[in-house]
Design a protein around this ligand. Structure first.
Ligand SMILES: Nc1ncnc2c1ncn2[C@@H]1O[C@H](COP(=O)(O)OP(=O)(O)OP(=O)(O)O)[C@@H](O)[C@H]1O
Ligand SMILES: [Mg+2]
Length: 383
């Protein structure tokens, strides 16, 4: 039978039976499992209970009839105390202990093991319990993650509201500046020195208004709407916004093909991809390094051998990179993963989801010390 693993860690199993010779027998039966399983044996049920409460066992195999606290009481106390973190319980009973068996199962024991204990029987039941425990642990992790995501998205909603409020006020302020500036321009019509300055003010406030509009568009939009989007325009616009968002020590550049490349996309979501990737790169580089965005036409997507034409959007940095193990986790695992304490570890899984929604695909290439490149393929929109 295949070995089952619990999130790549050694499996911890506690055995408790007041008869030392039973424990010795089990020890002998499981001699060849010592590398994969961490086995601990107790003859004192009270002591075993304490160990279960303070440690993190995956499985407990317990006799029923023991002096002091018996197996059923032990099971009941542990389930009550540890809830969903409780280990799986396998109760050792005699073949004919029908009453005890019913009691154990009613108290949420995972399985029963008949005396005398046979190796095949023991292994099968332990493997089943490990499988169940692994499944429950996974669900527990998923729940924690979903909870974090919920909190995060609620926070984003608040930030969105605040941002649009602030952006709205700034927009009004800029309108006032712009109006007075136009007045000044009229008053100073014959003065070239004033004219040159008012033109500068006009350009700067126009630029400010454009940025505010971009922020408002980004924050406001909720529903996905696919339209024909020029990636050239989108990249230029996101870099505009990134230049004011990122540290001045980040050198961010882009190169675009002469003719605009179009895709069918939700503008805001693709914008979000670029934002996420660049913010990640900046964070990984400690706000000091280079980011390049490039757009290429007619690339072949290696994984999909369709005749479609693809555009290739590449975001690369010269930061610390990632090792293969870490990248595999990012690619295979849509769930949250992060190394830093900041952030929620959601950015890349959202990026992957958006790419998938756009029938695109993603290739990450990276080496520790040699930077990271994200290659995103989108189906080209043919005119
Ligand atoms: N360009 C990069 N270079 C090096 N490591 C990176 C790069 N991009 C992402 N990573 C690593 O991948 C992890 C996951 O990124 P992700 O965007 O999913 O989460 P986060 O940035 O930690 O949090 P969030 O984006 O939700 O605020 C990052 O914490 C970082 O360790
Ligand atoms: Mg991120």
């Amino acid at each position: 039978m295949d070995e089952i693993e619990l999130q790549n860690k050694k499996i911890n199993i506690l055995f408790v039976d007041d008869e030392q010779n039973i424990l010795d027998g089990i020890k002998r039966l499981l001699r060849d499992k010592k590398d994969k399983w961490n086995l601990e044996f107790f003859t004192d049920a009270e002591l075993a209970k304490e160990k279960i409460f303070e440690s993190n066992y995956d499985i407990v195999v317990s006799d029923v009839k023991m002096p002091g606290i018996n197996g059923l009481q032990l099971l009941e106390k542990v389930k009550l105390h540890l809830n969903e973190k409780s280990p799986e319980f396998i109760m050792i009973t005699g073949v004919n202990d029908k009453e005890l068996k019913h009691c154990a199962l009613n108290l949420d024991a995972t399985d029963l093991l008949n005396k005398p204990i046979q190796r095949e029987d023991l292994l099968a039941r332990l493997n089943n319990a490990i499988r169940l425990k692994s499944f429950k642990d996974e669900i527990c992790t998923q729940n924690i993650m979903l909870e974090q995501q919920l909190i995060q998205s609620q926070k984003m909603e608040v930030i969105g509201l605040m941002t649009s409020g602030v952006a709205h006020d700034f927009n009004n302020i800029l309108t006032v500046i712009s109006n007075y500036n136009q007045l000044l321009e009229m008053l100073g019509q014959d003065n070239p020195a004033i004219k040159a300055r008012t033109e500068k003010i006009q350009t700067a406030s126009g630029h400010g208004q454009k940025i505010i509009q971009q922020i408002l568009n980004f924050v406001k939009k909720k529903d996905t709407t696919f339209e024909k989007v020029s990636l050239n325009g989108l990249i230029a616009e996101s870099v505009d916004l990134l230049k004011i968002t990122l540290s001045k020590k980040i050198d961010i550049n882009y190169s675009l093909p002469e003719d605009s490349l179009f895709i069918m996309a939700d503008y805001t979501q693709v914008f979000q991809i670029i934002m996420n990737l660049c913010l990640n790169a900046a964070k990984a580089m400690n706000n000091d390094g280079r980011i390049n965005i490039s757009l290429l036409n007619n690339q072949i997507e290696p994984d999909l051998s369709t005749a479609k034409s693809w555009t290739l959007l590449e975001v690369s940095d010269n930061g610390p990179g990632m090792d293969e193990e870490f990248m595999k986790r990012i690619i295979n695992n849509m769930s949250s993963i992060k190394r830093s304490q900041e952030g929620t570890g959601l950015g890349l899984s959202i990026v992957q989801k958006i790419i998938k929604n756009h029938s695109g695909s993603l290739i990450i290439s990276s080496n520790p010390g040699n930077g990271t490149t994200f290659k995103i393929f989108f189906p080209l929109h043919q005119n």
